[in-house]
Write a protein that binds this ligand. Structure first.
Ligand SMILES: Cc1cc2nc3c(=O)[nH]c(=O)nc-3n(C[C@H](O)[C@H](O)[C@H](O)COP(=O)(O)O)c2cc1C
Length: 206
């Protein structure tokens, strides 16, 4: 069981990153092989909408996306962690998501499978942290991730959303959020059977 954690926050001592590491430790404690990837360390350009992938299923831009994509395709479990920036994912996350348009083209235009058929369903979890108090801060993430995870052929298993956590590292004081992250990591690694109709939704206030 390969678990890939993608951390999209550009800042040090990031709240979403801390939760991601907790989720990965939960998954490892359940026997999974965990890999952690900090997106801002990779050089990934935005999608240029050149359209080449509509004919080939592949992105012609030669940068670190070509390193990250095989990791996404090889993972049995994906954990995508992002801060909320202007009611959405941060730019680093959005660039990666857009570059996966080549998978969308492959799947929906060229009718090719994204990954080889497997015995078990690939599953994903989303972590998002915002500084704002409550509100509809996570609505955009839910919708975007629904379509993104479908594109990368991952069942949408769970969300861990924390609002009212603005200061870097503040999440570490939130024992409940830190423990929930470990629990969800274990649950994600051990999950069997069909994808839940709706993702497990854990929304906490920092
Ligand atoms: C450019 C920018 C935009 C932001 N926009 C929002 C927002 O729309 N909603 C919100 O709840 N927090 C917003 N925040 C606050 C961050 O989501 C918050 O600081 C969060 O803890 C960052 O997570 P991280 O530590 O994992 O990077 C914004 C912060 C920045 C720098």
């Amino acid at each position: 069981m390969k678990v890939l954690g993608i951390s999209a926050s550009p800042r040090d001592n990031s709240n979403s990153d801390m939760l991601l590491r907790q989720v990965l430790s939960g998954a490892s404690s359940a026997g999974a092989e965990a890999e952690y990837l900090r997106l801002c360390k990779f050089n990934i350009s935005p999608c240029s909408a050149c359209g080449a992938c509509y004919g080939t299923g592949e992105c012609p831009i030669q940068d670190d996306f070509q390193v990250v994509l095989p990791k996404i395709l090889a993972a049995d479990r994906l954990i995508f962690a992002t801060p909320i920036f202007f009611m959405s994912v941060c730019a680093q996350a959005k660039i990666l998501i857009d570059r996966c348009q080549c998978l969308w083209a492959s799947k929906y235009i060229l009718n090719r499978p994204v990954v080889k058929p497997r015995q078990t369903q690939r599953l994903a979890m989303v972590i998002a942290v915002g500084g704002k108090k409550g509100g509809k801060g996570f609505d955009c993430i839910r919708l975007m991730m629904k379509y993104y995870l479908d594109t990368v052929d991952m069942g949408y298993f769970a969300n861990l959303f924390v609002s009212n956590a603005d200061e870097a590292g503040k999440i570490a004081e939130n024992t409940n959020a830190m423990q929930e992250a470990v629990r969800l990591g274990k649950e994600l690694a051990l999950a069997a059977g069909p994808v839940p109709e709706k993702p497990i939704d854990v929304e906490l206030i920092g």
